[in-house]
Design a protein around this ligand. Structure first.
Ligand code: ADP
Length: 399
């Protein structure tokens, strides 16, 4: 089978992750990160064939300058590499209700992505910048948009509607959209393979636990509920995001405690979650080592994280009825065996029994079942969102 290489671009507001992926098998030929956009310290680092490299970008560089460097100074320095590209795949955070699957980018699609920007004001405009820069660099290649929200568009209204006046949904699009769809889709497909069941007959709960985190209820291969909301602030305890809170707290802080709205929102986004409770760090590895030293705030942060997650998982038994597997993924889900054990122990009403050996050794990119033989199944599956973007892009252009 010939290589089907896809340049995958994931544009954030001040950074850009990139990779060159073989859509046939997921092999990563190049991967890297350009960061500190619009700052004097703009820089880029990348891995190519196992070698790590890095350099400064011109001061105040942003998406266009980074993509130009990636193309001219990394990709084109590898003889014959660019000639094997079949598409450029873009991660786009918000597709609203317009985009229910990945699409080849046309002027209408760009217009649609811009229309969804009010729902992701930091991310969608960045994706548009990436699309424009990639079109200049590779005018002959199709560009494909893969949306974080698309997988969740199968949710029924009972899951996606808030109990707010209905016109806010009809006229303003205020509803649950969910994020991390590409990851939930990937690990649910892999889980079905591991269970040896057709995806269309597989019910799983997937927990993507990275710096951001979300849980997803997937019935017969389709998302029917998820924990993130109109934006990624809702749901689980995350690195710095608060997840679910009583909305009246915002009014209380503004009218009684002298906060500005932007000050409160900044706090909910950047100073809450694991960082806020522990006062130590948003990084789970720091929380873990503080827990090991007996730090009570860190222990509290970890335990609230596990408790909220277990409650969400238990809640998804309602729409699923039958759970074929519970899947952990993302940096924490793939590595923090103690979190997995604590969550499964909180879910004993379902009968989960952890296999301690398997749980402790299924880390660092390994996949597998972590429960004992007669227990309901919980498993770890490392996510690979870039591969999904490459697969969708290659499939759309060959169609
Ligand atoms: P992102 O959402 O940025 O893609 P990741 O999926 O890489 O994030 O997950 C980052 C989180 O995973 C961090 O909280 C990090 O501490 C945690 N993590 C990574 N490796 C480990 C590990 N070995 N043990 C515990 N937590 C880990």
């Amino acid at each position: 089978m010939s290589n089907k290489l896809v340049l995958v671009l994931n544009c954030g507001s001040s950074s850009l992750k990139f990779a060159v992926i073989n859509a046939n098998n997921g092999d990563e030929i190049i991967s890297g990160l350009a960061e500190c956009f619009n700052l004097p310290d703009a820089r880029i680092k990348w891995n190519i064939s196992g070698a790590k490299e890095s350099t400064h970008l011109p001061a105040n560089s942003a998406h266009a300058a980074a993509i130009s460097f990636i193309v001219e100074d990394i990709i084109k320095k590898e003889p014959g590499l660019a000639e094997q590209f079949v598409a450029v795949g873009h991660r786009v955070v918000h597709g609203g209700e317009q985009f229910t699957k990945s699409v080849i980018i046309t002027p209408e699609v760009c217009k649609g992505i811009k229309e969804c920007a009010s729902l992701a004001p930091l991310h969608n405009p960045a994706a548009i910048m990436g699309i424009q820069a990639a079109r200049i660099a590779f005018p002959e290649l199709h560009q494909v948009a893969v949306f974080d929200t698309a997988f969740h568009q199968s949710m029924p209204a009972t899951s996606f509607l808030y109990s707010l006046p209905y016109h806010l949904y009809k006229e303003k699009g205020i509803r649950r959209y969910g994020m991390h769809g590409t990851s939930h889709l990937f690990v649910s497909r892999e889980a079905a393979k591991l269970l040896d069941k057709p995806l269309t007959e597989t019910n799983v709960i997937t927990a993507h636990l990275g710096n951001g985190g979300s849980v997803c209820a997937i019935k017969d291969g389709q998302c029917i509920d998820t924990s993130m909301g109109m934006t990624p602030l809702a749901g689980l305890v995350m690195g710095t995001r608060c997840g679910d809170i009583d909305p009246s707290i915002i009014e209380h802080l503004v009218t009684r405690e002298g906060y500005s709205i932007s000050g409160v929102m900044d706090m909910l986004q950047k100073q809450s979650g694991l960082l806020g409770i522990s006062g130590i760090s948003s990084d789970f590895r720091d929380i873990q080592s503080a827990c090991e030293k007996g730090n009570e705030q860190a222990i509290l942060a970890r335990d609230i994280f596990c408790y909220r997650l277990a409650k969400y998982i238990a809640g998804y038994a309602v729409p699923l009825g039958r759970i074929d597997a519970l899947v952990f993924t993302g940096g924490i889900g793939e590595n923090a065996s103690l979190v997995r054990e604590k969550v499964l122990n909180l879910l004993t009403i379902f009968g989960y029994q952890v296999d301690t050996d398997k749980n402790e050794t299924t880390i660092l990119g390994k996949q597998g079942v972590i429960t004992i033989e007669n227990s309901p199944i919980a498993m770890v599956i490392p996510t690979n969102e870039e591969w999904v973007i490459a697969q969708d892009s290659a499939a759309l252009v060959s169609a």
